[in-house]
Design a binder for this molecule. Structure first.
Ligand code: PLP
Length: 428
C-alpha cells in the first residue's frame, strides 16, 4: 500500500506535474482554439461553467437507471442534477418527456431506433449526399446494416428538401419511421408537411435537430413539436453545451420505451459529468442572453453567406435559415480537401463537405460547410463575419492561382485572423 505522501500526491498533483505530455497537448489545443476562428458546424465553445461541471467529481460516481430509481446508493446528488436537467430540457423545448443520458447524438438516435423498430424495418431519411447524418442510415453505420434504408434528397432546382420525392417514397415503401434533419442541410424543414407524409404512410415521425436546436429553444426556428413523435439532438453544437445527446417526446408510452432503450438498451451507467455539463448548458439556454446569442448566430450566418457570395462563391440553395451553410467551390476551380487545408493554415477552421449532386468524392468534395456558432460564442459580430467571408475569398483566390503553394496568402490572412482573435479572447 502506498504511503500517505504518495497518496496525497495522487490526489493533489496537477495534470502538468503528473502527466506533462497530456498537459502539453491540452495546452496546445487551448492555444489553437484561442488563435483560430472556428467555423466547423459540429463545434462550439462552452462556457467556463459548463467546463467546470464537465470536469467535476461527478465523473467518480456510477449510477444506472433514472432519478429516484437507481440501482446503486449514494445517488442523491446525481438524482438532483439529472432531474434538474430533465426539467430544463422539457421547459426549453416545450415537451412532456426528456432523456438526457445519451452519450452522443448517435446514441440518442440508436436508442430511438431500438425503441421503435425491429431489425429489418424500413426507415425513410435524408441521404448523406444531400446533407443527411450518418446515424440515419448510412451503409457503414449500424442503421444501414440493421434496417432497410430508403432516402430522399433535395430537388435539383432549388436544393431544398424534395417533399414530393419523400412522399412518393413513403407511399411506396411504407416505412416504420420517417426522419428529418441532417448535418449539412441549411434550410428550414416543413415539419407539418413531413408529419402529414408520415401519417399517410402509417409511419412515426422523428426530427434530429442537432444543428438548429439552439434556434428552436429560442423561438428563432419552428419547433418540431407538436408535429414530431420524437425529437433528438446533440447538446454541443447549436446548444453551445457539453458533449452528449438528448431524446424528447410528448408521448408517455414512447417515453417509457425510450428510457428502456437508452438504459439498459444501448448504454450502461450514466456519464454523470456529461449530464452535469448538459444540465448547466440547458440552464444557460433558458436565460435571455442565450436568445441574444442565437439571434447573433443567425445574423452572423447571413453576413457570412453574403460575404462569400460577394467573393464569387455559390452558396448552396442561395443562403441559409440557420447558423450553417454550404459553399460550392466549383467557380474558383478549387476542391474541398486543399481548400480546407489552406484555410486552416490561414487560421480559419472549416470542413470539406459534399454538396448536393456533387460530381466529386466525399474524400475530396466540391464544397465547404461553414457555421457561425463558435465564432459568435466568442463575440464576433456581423462585421467580423463579413471580414471572414472576404478572407475566405482571398485564400481561395490564392489557391486557384498557386494550387501547390498558397503560403503567401495563408500567411497574410493568418496574421489578420490572429489580430481578430486577440480582440475576442476566450478562457481568460
Ligand atoms: C452531429 C450529429 C449527430 C451525431 O452526433 P455524435 O455526437 O457525433 O454522435 C446526429 N445527428 C445529427 C443531425 C448531427 O448533426
Amino acid at each position: 500500500m502506498a504511503d500517505a505522501a504518495t497518496l496525497r500526491a495522487h490526489f493533489q498533483a496537477s495534470l502538468a506535474e503528473s502527466d506533462p505530455e497530456v498537459a502539453e497537448a491540452i495546452g496546445g489545443e487551448l492555444d489553437r482554439q484561442r488563435d483560430q476562428i472556428e467555423l466547423i458546424a459540429s463545434e462550439n465553445l462552452v462556457s467556463r461553467a459548463v467546463l467546470e461541471a464537465h470536469g467535476s467529481v461527478m465523473t467518480n460516481k456510477t449510477v444506472e437507471g433514472y432519478p429516484g430509481k437507481r440501482y446503486y446508493g449514494g445517488a442523491q446528488f446525481a438524482d438532483r442534477i439529472e432531474a434538474l436537467g430533465i426539467a430544463r430540457a422539457k421547459k426549453l423545448f416545450g415537451c412532456g418527456f426528456a432523456n438526457i443520458q445519451p452519450h452522443s447524438g448517435s446514441q440518442a438516435n440508436q436508442a430511438v431506433f431500438l425503441a421503435l423498430l425491429k431489425p429489418g424495418d424500413t426507415i425513410l431519411s435524408m441521404s448523406t449526399n444531400a446533407g443527411g447524418h450518418i446515424s440515419h442510415g448510412h451503409p457503414a453505420n449500424q442503421t444501414g446494416k440493421h434496417y432497410a434504408i430508403v432516402s430522399y434528397g433535395v430537388a435539383k432546382s432549388d436544393e431544398r428538401l424534395d417533399y414530393a420525392e419523400a412522399e412518393a417514397l413513403a407511399l411506396k415503401h411504407k416505412p416504420r419511421l420517417v426522419i428529418a434533419g441532417g448535418s449539412a442541410y441549411p434550410r428550414r424543414i416543413d415539419f407539418p408537411r413531413l408529419r402529414a407524409i408520415a401519417d399517410k404512410a402509417g409511419a412515426l415521425f422523428m426530427v434530429d435537430m442537432a444543428h438548429f436546436a439552439g434556434l428552436v429553444a429560442t423561438g428563432l426556428h419552428p419547433n418540431p413539436f407538436p408535429h414530431a413523435h420524437i425529437v433528438t439532438t446533440t447538446t454541443y453544437k447549436s446548444l453551445r453545451g457539453a458533449r452528449g445527446g438528448v431524446v424528447l417526446t410528448n408521448d408517455a408510452a414512447l417515453a417509457k420505451k425510450i428510457d428502456n432503450a437508452v438504459f439498459p438498451g444501448v448504454q450502461g451507467s450514466v456519464l454523470l459529468h456529461a449530464v452535469a455539463g448538459k444540465t448547466v448548458c440547458l440552464g444557460e439556454a433558458l436565460k435571455p442572453a442565450f436568445r441574444d446569442y442565437c439571434q447573433a448566430v443567425v445574423d452572423n450566418a447571413q453576413a457570412l453567406a453574403k460575404a462569400v457570395a460577394g467573393e464569387g462563391l455559390r452558396v448552396v440553395s442561395g443562403g441559409t435559415d440557420t447558423g450553417l451553410m454550404l459553399v460550392d467551390l466549383t467557380a474558383k476551380g478549387v476542391q474541398g480537401q486543399r481548400a480546407s487545408e489552406s484555410l486552416e493554415a490561414a487560421g480559419l477552421n472549416v470542413n470539406k463537405n459534399t454538396i448536393p449532386f456533387d460530381p466529386r468524392t466525399p474524400e475530396d468534395p466540391s464544397g465547404l460547410r461553414l457555421s457561425s456558432n463558435a465564432g459568435t460564442a466568442r463575440g464576433l459580430g456581423a462585421d467580423e463575419f463579413g471580414q471572414i467571408g472576404r478572407w475566405i475569398g482571398r485564400v481561395l483566390d490564392g489557391l486557384a492561382r498557386r494550387p501547390n503553394d498558397n503560403g503567401a496568402a495563408e500567411h497574410e490572412v493568418r496574421a489578420e485572423v490572429q489580430a481578430m482573435c486577440r480582440r475576442f479572447p476566450i478562457y481568460g
